[in-house]
Design a protein around this ligand. Structure first.
Ligand SMILES: [Zn+2]
Length: 380
């Protein structure tokens, strides 16, 4: 009773301490976030930065079996888990870190988190909606540990964690049923909720940048962007945001029917660090669409194409040298600020791209580009 009285008597004092400490923590957080965006800006003014390559291709090389996907965490899960690569961040973090290390070792600047399917929507296929926070958190942690190791080794080249938000396996703007054009398997609000949960966990795990990637439906990307902007406001974060779409066919459009130019216009309100393209096409077929983005976008440009087009077995045959030659005009003609690889790329491919990146100057930072300015909070 005495304790309770004294607690209530000091409640005001305790509250004051709490408010002061919280304010200090928020300021510290803002300061640290500010330093990452300032670092990034000063690097991107000088050179082309390099994203890592495929995670899936590297994982395949380990010849893992069902037990690896369950180890210590999902032993009793009733359905098969092999192929749910995101789980390896939890069950085999040693492997995921080794893969991040392999890309940092050849000079990549960014590690993208192994959480491509880390939303409740994508994990519903495995009945693993409950594991989504852990997937994103541990994926960010794997990349964070690896990035910090390499930053300590090469302080003149700090390394960064890119937290990935994948497209999910449902589309908000296209019906899955030709006889019912109004039918949708997911709503905008459901996507926002799912993306917000994933984004919070990625940030909690130590992510520097959020990348909404492999966007085939712009409405899904808008939901992800909405969730990220909301998170940044609520949590007072300066986290830079990258968006990367995917052109799925020869008509030069995304699955939801947009050209690269329309794609940019749909998302330009988001205060983006970069817009770009990845996956689906090899570098050669991606180039005209990157040129369109370069011509129009007032933020930075990224590209991470596949190692060519898959053969009839779904494998990628393009060698690092072949890929580098296809990618060369992206850099020699000054179209990009960030380059990397998607499906089928290995550390050898990314090493070849890093060599190219060091040969050429980056696309000039557009006028009125403020996504990496350390602006005071609430003044954007
Ligand atoms: Zn890909």
């Amino acid at each position: 009773m005495v304790f309770m009285l004294s607690l209530s008597g000091h409640r005001f004092l305790w509250l004051s301490y709490f408010v002061i400490i919280r304010a200090i923590l928020i300021d510290l957080g803002a300061l640290m976030a500010g330093s990452v965006v300032q670092e990034l800006k000063s690097i991107l003014e000088k050179r082309i930065m390099v994203l890592d390559g495929a995670m899936g291709t590297s994982i395949q090389g380990y010849k893992l079996d069902e037990a690896d996907f369950r180890k210590g965490h999902f032993e009793d899960h009733p359905s098969p888990l092999k192929g749910n690569n995101d789980l390896l961040s939890i069950t085999r973090p040693d492997i995921i870190e080794e893969i991040h290390d392999s890309y940092f070792a050849i000079g990549a600047d960014f590690a993208s988190t192994n959480a491509f399917s880390g939303t409740t929507i994508a994990q519903a296929d495995y009945n693993l909606e409950n594991a989504v926070y852990q997937i994103n958190y541990e994926s960010a942690q794997c990349a964070r540990r690896s990035a910090d190791r390499w930053t300590a080794k090469t302080p003149d080249q700090p390394r960064y964690v890119v937290g990935c938000l994948g497209p999910t396996n449902r589309t908000a703007s296209i019906s899955p049923d030709v006889n019912d054009p109004g039918k949708r398997l997911v709503t905008f609000d459901e996507l926002v909720t799912a993306y917000r949960q994933a984004a919070d966990a990625l940030i909690d795990g130590g992510t520097d940048i959020i990348m909404i990637e492999t966007v085939f439906d712009t409405l899904n990307a808008k939901a992800a962007l909405f969730a990220v902007i909301q998170m940044k406001e609520e949590r007072q974060l300066d986290t830079p945001v990258m968006i990367s779409g995917t052109i799925t066919d020869a008509s030069g459009r995304t699955l939801s029917g947009q050209t690269a130019e329309a794609f940019w216009i749909s998302l330009m309100h988001g205060g983006l660090m970069s817009i770009g393209l990845n996956c689906a096409l090899g570098a050669k077929d991606m180039l005209p669409h990157i040129k369109l983005l370069d011509k129009n976008a007032t933020c930075l440009i990224s590209a991470h194409p596949n190692a060519g087009l898959p053969n009839e077995f779904g494998e990628y045959d393009e060698t690092p040298e072949q890929m580098a030659e296809q990618v060369r005009p992206f850099l020699s003609e000054g179209h990009v600020n960030i380059i990397g690889g998607c499906c089928g790329t290995t550390p050898a491919h990314i090493a070849a791209l890093k060599k190219l990146a060091d040969e050429y100057s980056p696309r000039p930072i557009p006028e009125n580009f403020h996504a990496l300015d350390a602006t005071p909070k609430g003044d954007k």
